[in-house]
Design a binder for this molecule. Structure first.
Ligand SMILES: [Zn+2]
Length: 328
């Protein structure tokens, strides 16, 4: 990156990219109702006047996290405004000029200054707070763009502040389209086999992949209510407990659903590739591949049994094959 380019980027720091703009509608009960139903937020202070007053409030209040919803313009107005040449578009164009053509939102930090009540009319403005130096990330090389959105009420008072961070990055080059390879080719030249895409292993799912390396298929179990769950997660969706242990799956399962993948092709796989959801005898479901069976032979509810693929020295994954071919 040239120094001149860095200077042009730096010129955006502190600049307002969206001037103060009011939301389409004031804070209102119907939108609150849609929101709390969608979020399964059953706190009565959002819809029940009496319950809200019992907490010392004057009446119902909007969920804090709706701040952003009150200033959303909807699809039509948003697409009509795109490419209008404002400062936000200028910044996007400048980043694209540097090759940062892809974008992913990375995080959002909210501070809420007061609760919003029906009748409030929220407006938002957005200022660029910082643009990071170029960083190497798993997605590609890019820059973190942090902006500060301030939410104002009808009197100009700040009701919430949001620090909003995006990664604008250069997408990594895609793997070459693989040539047709027969299984015999792959067996003859195994060293040419590309490795499978690596899973994103984190603190919540590491135990599962560690067990898989030893060819043990584990299912996470809530230690409080004993509900089984998959994929692994920190918290029981039934009772909210963070305590858990595991049970080892028997390996018996049936095909719950499947698709046959022809394109796009990844050089680590053979095609057609059967991607299936299997339901384990224990009741949880798992996305996996079926092996030892052609796509024409697969049927919903077909009994299948666990097998393992050692994709590379660090990665083993469960696959399933028809029961009739057990020991095959
Ligand atoms: Zn539980």
């Amino acid at each position: 990156m040239s120094a001149a380019y860095e200077d042009r980027l730096r010129a955006f720091v502190g600049r307002e990219i969206h001037p103060l703009r009011p939301g389409q509608d004031p804070v209102n009960v119907p939108m609150i109702r849609h929101w709390v139903e969608a979020m399964e937020d059953d706190n009565p202070i959002h819809l029940d006047e009496e319950a809200a007053r019992a907490t010392g409030r004057d009446g119902v209040v909007a969920p804090a996290s709706m701040a952003q919803a009150w200033v959303m313009r909807g699809y039509a107005a948003t697409t009509a405004a795109e490419g209008g040449g404002g400062p936000a578009d200028e910044l996007t164009d400048l980043l694209a000029e540097g090759g940062y053509t892809s974008v992913v939102a990375t995080d959002s930090e909210f501070e809420f200054h007061r609760e919003l009540v029906p009748g409030d009319h929220v407006a938002v403005r957005e200022v660029v707070e910082s643009i990071s130096p170029e960083k190497a990330t798993a997605l590609g090389t890019g820059r973190f763009i942090t902006s500060l959105r301030t939410y104002h009420d009808q009197d100009g008072e700040v009701v919430a502040v949001q620090r909003w961070r995006l990664l604008r990055f250069r997408p990594k080059a895609k793997p070459q389209e693989p040539e047709e390879r027969s299984e015999a080719d792959a067996a003859e030249r195994p060293e040419e086999r590309a490795s499978r895409p690596q899973p994103a292993i984190n603190r919540d799912n590491a135990f599962w992949f560690e067990a898989a390396r030893e060819h043990r298929l584990l299912i996470q179990r809530c230690a409080a209510c004993r509900t089984l769950r998959h994929p692994p997660g920190p918290c029981c969706p039934e009772c909210g407990s963070f305590e858990w242990d595991t049970v080892r799956a028997s390996g018996d399962a049936h095909v719950y659903s499947f698709v046959v993948n022809h394109h796009p092709r990844h050089p680590a796989f053979d095609y057609p590739l059967i991607v299936a959801v299997v339901e384990l005898a224990e009741g949880t479901r798992l996305i996996t591949n079926l092996v030892g069976v052609s796509p024409e032979e697969v049927e919903i509810d077909m009994p299948v049994v666990l097998d393992w693929v050692d994709a590379d020295p660090e990665l083993s994954l469960p696959v399933f094959r028809p029961v009739a071919q057990e020991g095959h």
